[in-house]
Design a protein around this ligand. Structure first.
Ligand code: AP5
Length: 224
């Protein structure tokens, strides 16, 4: 099943995607992680994306869509959770064309709802390993030793786009370009809205309920 997880920056998409992968055997595709890896690798794509990301703006649709299509061609398409893609209605339409070309189908889209005041606290307090693999929060999920990853022992960093001036630009980009996806997936009859306000485990319980709903719906549709 292919699942889309979307919502405002800091809603907990990465945290929930990791839980979905660990507990339900999905593979995580995060366009944010892919773009940051391209920047670290100093690839052409990374060079094109870096300035947009540093300013909290969305990377142009054609760059991201090309990157996702290349990634999908290398996967078997069985259990994927998309985190942070699509992020605009044109990206959602492109994803539908890619699915058609590769004979893939969308299982459902889950929207994580979190109020702005909590988003700002979550983003400003996030700390992570430089590769983004282990993510902490100074208040909600602190490491045992301040500033050090419990698992790898490396020094934690703050993402450059988690500074307050960039956070407001990201929130603006979200309201203008990503929030309309809620109506888009509602019109496709495949939207579930989940509150992202509880603890990560509480939110995961609701997200897994939504996934079970989509799985059952898929079974019913196949037998209809
Ligand atoms: P991306 O990396 O996707 O960033 P984002 O969408 O802004 O989301 P975040 O990764 O910041 O937050 P999250 O929702 O994953 O929250 P997390 O789980 O980490 O994109 C970065 C940039 O790349 C974009 O600005 C854009 O420039 C570009 N980009 C990416 N995709 C693109 C696309 N498709 N098109 C165009 N441009 C694109 O949680 C946040 C913090 O809260 C953590 O510290 C965590 O520990 C804590 N936390 C999480 N859940 C809870 C909870 N339930 N309770 C308490 N704390 C929690």
């Amino acid at each position: 099943m292919i699942l889309i997880l979307f919502g405002p920056p800091g809603a907990g998409k990465g945290t929930q995607s990791n839980l979905i992968c660990d507990h339900l055997g999905f593979t995580h595709v995060s366009t944010g992680d892919l773009l940051r890896a391209a920047i670290t690798d100093k690839s052409e794509l990374g060079k094109e994306a870096q300035d947009f990301m540093n300013r909290g703006m969305l990377v142009p649709d054609e760059i991201v869509v090309r990157m996702v299509e290349e990634k999908l061609k290398l996967m078997d398409g069985s259990s994927i959770v998309f985190d942070g893609f699509p992020r605009t209605v044109p990206q959602a339409l492109s994803l539908e064309s890619i699915f058609e070309k590769l004979d893939l189908h969308l299982g459902g889209a889950v929207f994580l709802e979190v109020p702005n005041h909590l988003i700002i606290r979550r983003l400003a307090g996030r700390r992570q390993t430089p590769d983004g693999k282990y993510v902490y929060h100074i208040e909600f999920n602190p490491p045992k030793k301040v500033g050090i990853c419990d698992v790898t022992g490396v020094e934690l960093i703050q993402r450059t786009d988690d500074h307050e001036d960039v956070i407001s630009a990201r929130l603006e980009a979200y309201s203008k370009s990503t929030a309309p996806l809620k109506e888009f997936y509602k019109s496709r009859n495949c939207l579930k809205e989940v509150s992202g306000e509880g603890s990560a485990e509480e939110v995961f319980y609701e997200v897994s309920q939504a996934i079970s709903f989509f799985k059952n719906l898929g079974k019913k549709n196949r037998h209809a």
